[in-house]
Design a protein. Structure first.
Length: 193
């Protein structure tokens, strides 16, 4: 093949690869292995069980084995009143995360076991429909979410699980950490005999 013929052929091959290949996922901010280990210990010790609605699971491409019968989560509320949730998927393939607040709407994220973004969606209003986010938009939001979790899990942060802002139930002066009103989780009901 002469030079004149090779250049268009190589160009066509590159275009085909770009169209057929999955886009590379940028690796933004993430949790360190130490922070993730610490967070998983808190989930194990302090977590509560919740059910992810089918519509959310479908949008994020989650299947029943990852969510059934429910997942164990932790939720904390930041200084601005926004709630942040984290739950490992039951099959070990990754994690489900969310954030919700009056000023930020609701966002849900599916990340793989290496903490890379898989899919994300957002609703700007509490009861509005979830819409998929573009990869760049989703990564920016997820980076913010990881930064938020990172502050809570940093060495300068709380040192013992009892000091974490995660609570199983609320006392008289605390806001509930999670409840039926909190998107996107619903409290699991105990199994009936």
């Amino acid at each position: 093949m002469n030079r004149r013929m090779r250049a268009p052929a190589v160009g066509a091959l590159l275009i085909a690869c770009a169209l057929l290949c999955e886009p590379a996922r940028s690796m933004g901010i993430t949790l360190t292995q130490e922070q993730l280990t610490r967070l998983l210990k808190v989930v194990d010790k302090e977590g509560s069980h919740a059910t992810v609605p089918g519509s959310v699971a479908g949008l994020l491409g989650l299947d029943p084995k990852q969510l059934a019968p429910d997942i164990k989560q932790v939720v904390y509320q930041d200084e601005d009143g926004n709630k942040h949730g984290f739950a490992p998927l039951n099959d070990g393939s990754g994690f489900f995360m969310f954030r919700a607040g009056a000023s930020i709407g609701h966002s849900v994220y599916r990340v793989d076991d290496k903490m890379h973004l898989v899919r994300a969606a957002r609703s700007l209003v509490r009861s509005g429909p979830l819409l998929p986010l573009t990869p760049n938009e989703a990564q920016r939001e997820l980076d913010d979410e990881f930064a938020s979790w990172s502050r809570v899990l940093s060495p300068n942060g709380p040192s013992a699980p009892m000091d974490f802002p995660f609570k199983k139930s609320a006392g008289p002066t605390e806001a509930p950490a999670v409840g039926p009103q909190d998107f996107p989780f619903k409290k699991s009901e105990p199994a009936r005999p």
